[in-house]
Design a protein. Sequence first.
Length: 392
Amino acid sequence: MAEGTKYRPGGDAQAIQKVANDFYGSFRNMFEIHGWDLPGNKMMTSDPSLIVQTYGSIQRFEDLHEPSDIMSPMQAIYREPPNVWLTSFYGFRPEKWGFLGFTDEGRRRSFLDDSEPGALVVIYGAGKASKDLWGKVIGIQQCSHQIGHARQFMSPNEWNAKERNSENAGKWNFAVKATRAWRVTPESRLDVEAFAPEATATKAWQHIGARGVKLSRQEALRILKLDLQEVDVYGENPIIASAVGAAKEVLAPSKAGPVSQNPFVTKESEGPKHLYILRLLGDTEAFLGKPAHGRTIVKAGFSKSPQTRRDDHNRALPRCAFEWEVMYSGLASGFEAYPTSDHAKAGERKMQEILCRQPDGNSLGGEFFLADNALIEEAWQKGNITAKEYSK
């Protein structure tokens, strides 16, 4: 495979043509998404050199567009018909609800039969959504075909809150796991009827919310007119850095590595992980605005590098009297890194289940908790036991 601007006649050209069609729908779309501004009659002769300038080599370009078990967002949009769906949520919190939920197995099976792994699900606000979200396109999540009970794919505190609510208890428990998610910026949110006029023409809102409906080609392409920010999905590797960008750039395959030109998102890679608990130093009661009763604000999670995660969180704070420190980490405790994210996720969930246990602890949202030292110690020990004993 060629590494420069010269390429094997026919071979690389065919590979580039296939990527352009499968991932971007056409050469013109591929050029537009990458910001390559050339007349149509020069696209095919100029693309090898432009690809090398952007990706470093033709090989790297092909590798980043290699088909996988889950199709890429761009593939989902340009599929014929598109692998893109529309449904409604009360809000958009994939960092707490990492799944697409159905009320019975029949509806879940219908979605699985009609979609492919990697389906994009466009979310609009409905029901109990706040006034500023109601009827607006607020997010997009990408779904695998991994199924399970909702409790597997949501934070323990959120599960407990759902089941305590008489209106929500027992609902949406037939889950399909989400793998990635993007929040639509408030400035680019569209009314759902303007975004998907064909899918909403019947105004069968209950059907759309309960089963989801497929979008047409033109409706799916409207995703590319949105501004998005990738966000965490509960149970997935954390997003390290994410900035707002045009959907056509944010959803394109990442040009990672020394020649990276994609400033939008960095997701921690798969591989060995350590559990950690960070502690917020400073006047806890001043930070909370209420009595802490001797408890401490902590964050429980997992990472390849807990100290790097600490530094990331400290960079997000203004210069003030508050600072995160590593209270516990696998490395400092002499534990070997757990071999996969799945091991670490099991341990993380156990820690979170314990840290939100009242009266000695409670959730502050996401991975943040207020807990006393004895409960934190218990969470740390049992989290590591769970991670160590995990098996699929």
